[in-house]
Design a protein around this ligand. Structure first.
Ligand code: ATP
Length: 229
């Protein structure tokens, strides 16, 4: 069963260090994303962006501070419900050997083929799939077709959309997309009304966000609209 909530996200004085490593990777991070808002997260490589994202579905747990989704602390959530509600698209798309359809429905046996196709359309990958002779039955991974980096990213985004997440998190997941495709993607994601967190290196992408959070060595060094930073 899918748990929906309003997509509200709050970090309250969150600090984090990896187990067994003393150096703080996140240092007293606080911010709030209102339901339906789009937050761009920027910062140099190694500033803690991916780490911050991984704390939300509890891939790692905060060392100090609190994280709330839908007003409920993440530790209070059932792990499956939490992860169903949060669509995290990792930096490296993970596809396994199997058909495109299997890759899209991975972990969600309840999704019907037309729901998978709908998600693929939103992620701007349906047209590419439709050009393959076997369409959604096309095998990817070992011995399968070679997908481009941008196609893999869009397939990963589609997989996250299948679950209709209340918070969609894209960890640099649009880096390989051309400008036109990326614009079309944002346009269709906007209609989802989900809260979005988007790690990006592209200023153009950040400008389209409601707010930008700037990280430097695990600290928030900026928060606001693009024009204010
Ligand atoms: P990039 O833009 O390169 O993806 P980032 O801002 O996402 O970087 P993180 O991947 O969160 O940064 O890494 C932050 C710091 O945490 C880095 O110094 C990194 O080496 C360290 N780190 C990341 N993962 C682990 C881990 N599993 N164990 C220990 N240290 C880690």
């Amino acid at each position: 069963s899918m748990t929906r909530f309003d997509g509200d996200l709050r970090f309250e004085n969150v600090s984090f260090h990896y187990p067994g490593k003393p150096e703080p990777i996140l240092d007293n991070v606080s911010f709030h994303v209102a339901p339906g808002e789009k937050l761009a997260i920027m910062g140099a490589t190694g500033s803690g962006k991916s780490t911050l994202l991984n704390l939300i579905p509890r891939i790692f747990e905060a060392t100090e501070g609190k994280i709330y989704v839908g007003g409920v602390e993440v530790n209070e959530w059932g792990l499956k419900d939490l992860r169903d509600a949060i669509g995290l698209v990792p930096q490296q798309s993970i596809l396994f050997t199997g058909s495109i359809l299997e890759n899209l429905s991975w972990g969600d046996v309840e999704a019907a083929p037309d729901e998978l196709e709908e998600a693929a359309k939103k992620a701007q990958i349906h047209e590419s799939i439709d050009l393959f002779p076997k369409k959604y039955g096309t095998r990817v991974g070992q011995k399968g077709v070679n997908l481009s980096g941008g196609q893999k990213q869009r397939l990963s985004i589609a997989r996250a959309l299948v679950r209709k997440p209340s918070i969609l998190i894209l960890d640099d997941s649009t880096s390989a997309l051309d400008v036109k495709t990326e614009m079309a993607l944002w346009e269709s994601l906007e209609k989802e009304a989900a809260t979005m967190l988007v790690v990006t290196q592209k200023v153009q992408t950040a400008i389209g966000a409601d707010h930008i959070l700037l990280l430097d060595e695990g600290k928030v060094v900026g928060y606001g609209k693009h024009a204010d930073l």
